[in-house]
Design a protein around this ligand. Structure first.
Ligand code: SME
Length: 162
C-alpha cells in the first residue's frame, strides 16, 4: 500500500490485532495469529516471535514459542543474556537501532540490523516477551513501539484469563 503513511498502517494492523484478540480462545491462538499478522503486514518486521518464561525453571529461562521467519539458534535464552534477557529482566521495552553496536546482542540472522523486544506482563509479572527483528536499521519508530506494546498487552490479558 504505497500511499498509506506508516502511522495509518500501524493503526490498521492494530485494528486487525484487536480482531484476533476478540476471536482467540487461547493465548497460544492469539500469539500464533499475532506473529503471522505482523510478519505478513509490517514489511520491515522480518522475524517475529514470542519467548515465554519456562514455568519453574531456576535460574529462569526464556523459551522460543510461536514465531515467523527463519529458524534461530537461540531457542532458550537465560535472563542475563541478549537483548531478550535484558527486556525480560528489566520489564522494559528495549529498542536497538543498530544491533551490531549493542554488546548484548545475540545474533539470529546475519541480515538483522535492528530489533525491538517488549515484555508481556500477566498479573503484574513478566511472563514472556514479543521479539521483532528487522533487516533495516532503526526500523522501529514510536508508532511501531506502540503497536508492539499493544500486542504484548493483549497477550498478557489473555494469559490472565481464568
Ligand atoms: N537477538 C536476540 C536473540 C533472539 S533472535 O533475535 C530471534 C537477543 O539479542 O536476545
Amino acid at each position: 500500500m504505497p500511499s498509506a503513511s506508516k502511522s495509518s498502517r500501524t493503526d490498521e494492523v492494530r485494528k486487525e490485532v484487536d480482531g484476533l484478540s476478540a476471536k482467540a480462545s487461547t493465548p497460544d491462538q492469539l500469539m500464533d495469529g499475532i506473529t503471522r499478522l505482523l510478519h505478513d503486514k509490517m514489511l520491515k518486521y522480518n522475524w517475529v516471535g514470542f519467548y515465554m518464561l519456562e514455568p519453574g525453571s531456576k535460574p529462569p529461562v526464556l523459551v522460543l514459542g510461536h514465531f515467523q521467519g527463519a529458524m534461530t539458534p537461540h531457542t532458550r535464552i537465560p535472563l542475563n543474556q541478549g537483548i531478550c534477557g535484558a527486556a525480560a529482566s528489566s520489564g522494559r521495552t528495549v529498542v536497538v537501532d543498530d544491533v551490531h553496536s549493542d554488546p548484548r546482542y545475540l545474533a539470529c540472522s546475519i541480515e538483522t540490523k535492528s530489533e525491538i523486544v517488549v515484555p508481556v506482563f500477566a498479573r503484574g509479572l513478566v511472563a514472556g516477551e514479543l521479539d521483532i527483528d528487522s533487516h533495516f536499521p532503526a526500523a522501529f519508530s514510536y508508532e511501531d513501539r506502540l503497536l508492539v506494546e499493544h500486542c504484548a498487552q493483549l497477550v498478557g490479558k489473555h494469559l490472565e484469563r481464568p
